[in-house]
Design a protein around this ligand. Structure first.
Ligand code: GBH
Length: 458
């Protein structure tokens, strides 16, 4: 027993919150209920050939009707917080105009149910399900009007919910819907625009975030907190010495130049603009001030690191090195790989480069197949190992004083994994049988419950 670690050495800080995350289109179903308008994801998923297994989000987890049962699931896991997203076309069926009371009531009931269960609600305002009408009328994010429409919607939601919801995330993962939706075309709206137009889309999305921060502050209760939920492209110093760490910081600011750096510095870094050249976006006089408005917190979705980085003498003082091949790729994903130290560096960089004072890990998790064994159990040891290793890195960060307030596992339950559909890979702690809607906690759910109970990695 003499060799046991100190009693509290592995603990997370007091008050650190444990949660799980989902998003509206991925779990709700009920695309026409209570006056909801169509979103670009309804349209995209119904376009033949876009979703690998031919599925859609028409039913998904049927959470719109089963939310009470799902809150019970959260209770059984011991969750202290739940991050969900609000479907914009449920609130404004055409993106603008008169709010749809019945759509809002759904989220109002959900929030009440969470609070009754002792679970803190964290609401994301945009997780990619843009009202189709905005796509049709303004060219979606190509139109500056969409940024203003988003702010009006965000302000309305905050006015209604901020008596009960304290944390609002503006936009989830700019990079994914901008690049995958408008450049590569594998996400809604499925466009392959030339660079100048993609850059304008990106700028409007950032502007939407900034305008929404203003609108939420103007219309919510005092004490309401707002920030983005962004997937950082995390640069890991190849060796942890001051020179390589500084090189990784410089690389970090450049590779995240179009998103995180713009929000946290209120400017596009010079090397980023240089790279865009003549394709740089049109930027109105006040835009970067709006985009760079001070935030209450930063939400980071972290799945894998992007690069290793080393210091070199030549300009720009750093060199990007591919990740080790021994950090395996997840077999059912094109992009997901192991790389736990990415979580440590993501949050450390936020605090050390940009002096962020409050960080939420808004997503972290992995996609697997999860076939039941003969006894019907899901022994998802890949998820267990993934979570353990990433949490050990997060714990190190908190022990060093990096101000991380919470961790949200992606995802509470298996759901509609965008272009991969319902069945190609599953991200849930809880298995969902999409024929019967039966929910079955996987072994990783038991692990996560014990993490929460012990407030340390298990
Ligand atoms: C998150 O994105 C999403 O927020 C969530 O909705 C989703 O279900 C979950 O993760 C699992 O996928 O195609 O090579 O350009 C995950 C992070 C980062 C994944 C960017 C897609 C693009 C890789 N995303 N990545 S590539």
């Amino acid at each position: 027993a003499g060799a046991m670690p100190a009693e509290n050495a592995a603990d997370f800080p007091p008050g650190f919150l444990w949660g799980a995350a989902t998003s509206a289109y991925q779990i709700e179903g009920a695309p026409e209920a209570d006056g909801k308008g169509p979103s670009i994801w309804d349209t995209f998923a119904h376009t033949p050939g876009k979703i690998s297994d031919g599925s859609t989000g028409d039913v998904a987890c049927d959470h719109y009707h089963r939310w009470r049962e799902d809150i019970d699931l959260m209770k059984r896991l011991g969750l202290q917080a739940y991050r969900f997203s609000i479907s914009w076309p449920r609130i404004f069926p055409e993106g603008t105009g008169r709010p749809n009371r019945r759509g809002m009531d759904f989220y109002s009931r959900l929030v009440d149910g969470l609070l009754e269960a002792g679970i803190q609600p964290y609401a994301t305002l945009f997780h990619w399900d843009l009202p189709q009408s905005l796509q049709d009328r303004f060219g979606g994010w190509e139109g500056r009007e969409t940024a203003q429409a988003f702010a009006d919607y965000a302000g309305h939601v905050a006015a209604v919910l901020s008596d009960r919801v304290k944390h609002f995330f503006t936009i989830n993962e700019f990079f994914t819907f901008v690049e995958l939706g408008h450049q590569i075309g594998i996400h809604a709206p499925g466009l392959k625009l030339p660079p100048a137009r993609v850059n304008q889309v990106r700028h409007h999305a950032l502007l939407a975030h900034g305008l929404a921060v203003q609108a939420i502050r103007a219309r919510s209760r005092r004490g309401t907190l707002v920030g983005p939920a962004e997937n950082l492209m995390t640069c890991v110093p190849v060796i942890e010495t001051p020179a390589h760490v500084a090189a990784a910081q410089a690389a970090m600011r450049d590779v995240n130049g179009g998103y995180t750096t713009a929000m946290l510095e209120g400017r596009y870094p010079p090397r980023w603009l240089e790279k865009l050249g003549a394709d740089a976006p049109r930027v109105a006089a006040d835009d970067l001030g709006i985009i760079g408005a001070p935030l209450d917190f930063f939400g980071a979705n972290v799945y894998a690191p992007f690069f290793y980085v080393r210091a070199i003498d030549a300009e720009p003082g750093y060199e990007v090195i591919p990740l080790p091949e021994t950090y395996p790729k997840f077999p059912h994903s094109t992009w997901l790989r192991m790389g736990p130290e990415g979580l440590y560096w993501a949050v450390r960089h936020l605090a050390s480069i940009w002096n962020v004072k409050s960080i939420h890990v808004t997503e972290n998790g992995c996609g697997t197949k999860d076939t039941p064994n003969a006894a019907g159990e899901m022994l998802d040891v890949d998820r267990i190992a993934y979570t353990r290793h990433y949490l050990m890195q997060l714990q190190r960060a908190t022990a060093e004083g990096v101000p991380v307030r919470s961790y949200f596992h992606w995802s509470l339950m298996d759901n509609f994994e965008w272009a991969d559909g319902l069945t190609t890979q599953r991200f849930g702690l809880v298995h969902v049988d999409f024929d019967t809607q039966r929910r079955t906690p996987k072994l990783s759910a038991e692990q996560y419950r014990e993490v929460i109970r012990h407030h340390r990695v298990v």
